[in-house]
Write a protein that binds this ligand. Structure first.
Ligand code: TYD
Ligand code: MG
Length: 459
């Protein structure tokens, strides 16, 4: 007699299965995330039905023609840049992001461009009706492109469609959380469904050589399984970031089996779709109030692309016992460290001040090289003097107060000079470029030296 199917409890946050319900997931420590799923395998029961295996064909590492060599352009130069040179046949790509950030818009444009270039692109929408997708296509001006569209969320139907006719070049599934698999009793969007659907689609991609793009919504409340769950199944993971209040969107790779992960793609959401932004600095330095205290321009690098952004600081006397520190676009621990270093090594105390730090435009900076720019903005605000408008700042500050060199200095200087800056405040040990410096250099050895860069206070 077959044993009755046993139920298991699956964490909706990290996907781990447990035999017993607990209030808190033992793997990821999320509270109240375990949900009973019918037929999910409880841990430890996998080997019971193991069969005798077959001998596998062993292969060598030196293959002349790998899929990565046959990559093709997606038709979007920003997407090509993030993926490391285009779409790889047979690969699976996940695009995550909050609802409404522009995932469907980007992918419909990509599908349309590929179709217009004579490739076979299939777009499966489980979220929207055909009329809605058509409306968007019209808005994007791509309605005439020969994209093959189907609006269905049943995985069996999708796989049957995929196996019918020649293998497509690109398959887009929007979104993975709407799919449902026959024979699984769990609701769409649960861990069991998302995992099974992603698995089947990735297997199809590997077998057929079609490139697969999965859309995954990031949700805050954890009601549906997030894209984290399929990250390990796909080759490339891209996240779409951006702020509702700002028009630009950033595509960032967090995993890429076919390229680097430090490149970003920059887009601007306009009335007629996503516009690619090749010159990102112009986007993050609009109408800057250069004469205001507390503003410093950071010459940053994202991947191989220089990006100039304005860092804004506001330092005001605090009425609270514990002064406020608020950061947008930068790491709050990094700010705490910087304030401590300025206090201990440069003798400027912020202990009785509220400190606000903002990266203009809503960009998130993770480079340590932004330390000097942040420190300059903070000092400029607390001293209430504006920094010279034609300067850029870069450099990492150590706990000892020493200013450390940063990579790609010549690239940063070149970009700053292109945008009309005249001088750079940078580590004294910064590497010299091959050509003559485009900017006047002001070297810093210690964070103390930054005080000499500030203009004298107004009388
Ligand atoms: P969408 O691509 O549907 O987001 P997602 O698939 O990530 O959920 O669209 C996101 C938002 O973009 C939507 O609120 C409307 C806006 N939008 C524009 O501003 N311009 C456009 O041309 C389009 C198509 C959408
Ligand atoms: Mg969408």
């Amino acid at each position: 007699m077959p044993r009755p199917a046993r139920n298991a409890y699956v964490c909706q946050n990290c996907g781990v299965t447990a035999a017993r319900w607990t209030g808190r997931c033992t793997a990821c420590n999320e509270w109240n995330s375990l949900v009973e799923e019918v037929g999910a395998t409880p841990p430890g029961s996998g080997l019971a039905t193991a069969s005798k295996g077959r001998v596998l064909q062993l292969e060598s590492l030196s293959v002349a023609d790998t899929p990565a060599m046959r990559r093709f352009s997606s038709g979007s130069s920003e997407l090509d840049r993030v993926t490391g040179g285009g779409i790889v046949p047979g690969s699976a790509l996940l695009i995550g992001g909050e609802p409404g950030i522009g995932k469907s818009t980007l992918l419909l444009e990509v599908a349309a461009r590929l179709a217009a270039a004579g490739r076979r692109a299939l777009y499966f929408s489980g979220e929207e009706a055909a009329a809605q997708v058509r409306l968007r296509a019209e808005r994007l001006g791509v309605a005439s492109a020969p994209v093959a569209l189907a609006c269905d969320s049943n995985l069996a139907n999708i796989l049957a469609t995929l196996n019918d006719g020649p293998a497509p070049d690109l398959v887009i599934v929007d979104s993975i959380q709407t799919l449902w698999v026959d024979g699984l009793e769990a609701a769409p969007g649960t861990v069991a469904q998302v995992r099974a659907a992603a698995h089947a689609l990735v297997r199809f991609a590997k077998a057929s050589g079609s490139a697969l793009v999965l859309v995954g919504h990031v949700t805050k409340d954890g009601q549906i399984a997030g894209p984290k769950l399929v990250e390990h199944m796909v080759d490339t993971v891209l996240y779409f970031e951006g702020d509702r209040g700002h028009p630009y969107r950033i595509l960032r790779a967090t995993k890429n089996r076919f390229g680097a992960t430090d490149e970003i793609g920059v887009f601007e959401m306009a009335g007629e779709g996503l516009r690619e932004v090749a010159n990102a600095s112009e986007l993050f330095l609009p109408d800057r109030q250069a004469s205001a205290p507390g503003s410093a321009v950071f010459a940053g690098i994202e991947g191989t692309r220089p990006i100039l952004v304005e860092m804004q600081a506001l330092v005001v006397p605090s009425g609270l016992g514990t002064p406020r520190r608020a950061v947008v676009g930068w790491d709050s621990n990094r700010l705490a460290m910087l304030l401590a270093v300025l206090d201990a090594r440069a003798g400027v105390s912020f202990a009785a001040q509220d400190v606000y730090l903002n990266v203009a435009g809503g960009l998130k900076i993770s480079e340590p090289a932004a330390d000097v720019a942040a420190a300059a903005a903070l000092l400029s605000s607390i001293r209430n003097v504006a920094l010279a408008a034609d300067r850029v700042f870069m450099g990492e500050i150590a706990l000892s107060g020493a200013v450390r060199a940063v990579r790609h200095t010549p690239l940063r200087l070149k970009e700053a000079s292109k945008l009309g800056f005249k001088a750079a405040v940078l580590p004294a040990a910064a590497e010299a470029g091959a050509e003559r410096d485009p900017l006047q250099r002001r070297g810093l050895a210690h964070v103390r030296d930054l005080l000499d860069v500030l203009p004298p206070p107004p009388p």
